[in-house]
Design a protein. Structure first.
Length: 264
């Protein structure tokens, strides 16, 4: 079973993933990975913006590329493609999405094989997941957050518990980490206790966010906060909020605070 391919034809200006199959005198023939059984032609004039005399400087057999469909004729079975009309950002975005769909394809096959779903159950789950912009993200969210992801996707309630259990047991999620460095000091007496209060205060703030965190001393007066989660947007939101909280705490304790500029 393959969920990555379609038996239809690409639309004009559609971006497709293809593999260089055969290089000829005036271009190259490619196999479209997103359209089952389809081959396309990449003219040498559409390989690069400049004059191309040696096509092997740009493409080679077996190379995976992102191309734009510029002419599609289903009646004649012709698909003409362009590489020069694809921007770097488009190429990266399409390849990322394609790789995630490949992972989804393999993952859902393993799910169905392991859980012994009926044909009807498979069809229902596939229909709901493939209706999502990123079906793999739904399974990843089920692994990290539980049933809500599958409920929101409209999965049959009776299937959700086993899907969640499978996801939590088998889906390996990437951990996203961010580090914030800062220095804090005061010439006043009892400064150490004030600094301790600041660190405890920021730990209390972090404890109320659904992230893993560590607050530690680099070398006084330098400190660091490391935040990690399987949800990158949450990490970014927390790291955006931390400097504001640190400034509030430092101001209330009359401490001198400096946030490092090379935080990442």
């Amino acid at each position: 079973m393959s969920l990555l391919v379609s038996s239809d034809w690409p639309q004009r200006d559609e971006l497709v993933v293809a593999v260089i199959d055969e290089i000829v005198d005036h271009g190259a023939y490619v196999k479209l990975e997103t359209y089952k059984g389809k081959r396309g032609y990449l003219p040498i004039s559409e390989v690069s913006q400049g004059w191309v005399t040696d096509i092997s400087r740009f493409i080679n057999p077996g190379q995976r590329v992102v191309l734009k469909a510029i002419r599609v004729n289903p009646t004649k079975g012709h698909i003409d493609l362009s590489m020069k009309r694809v921007t770097p950002s488009e190429r990266n975005s399409v390849l990322r999405a394609w790789k995630r769909r490949r992972r989804f394809d393999k993952t859902i096959e393993n799910v169905f094989e392991s859980l012994k779903f009926t044909k009807e159950q498979r069809a229902q789950v596939l229909e709901r997941l493939l209706a999502q912009p990123d079906p793999l993200a739904v399974i990843e969210k089920a692994a990290s957050e539980g049933a809500i992801a599958l409920t929101e996707a409209g999965i049959e309630p009776s299937l959700i518990p086993v899907l969640v259990e499978y996801s939590k047991r088998n889906i390996k999620l990437k951990e996203y980490t961010s580090l914030l460095k800062f220095s804090v000091s005061t010439p006043e007496k009892g400064g150490a206790l004030k600094i301790k209060s600041l660190l405890e205060g920021i730990e209390k703030v972090l404890s109320m966010r659904s992230v893993n965190y560590v607050v530690y001393v680099v070398a006084a007066p330098n400190y660091a906060i490391e935040v990690s989660s399987q949800r990158p947007k949450l990490v970014n939101a927390v790291m955006k909020d931390i400097p504001l909280k640190l400034r509030e705490l430092a101001s209330g304790l009359n401490l001198a605070l400096e946030i490092a500029e090379d935080n990442k």
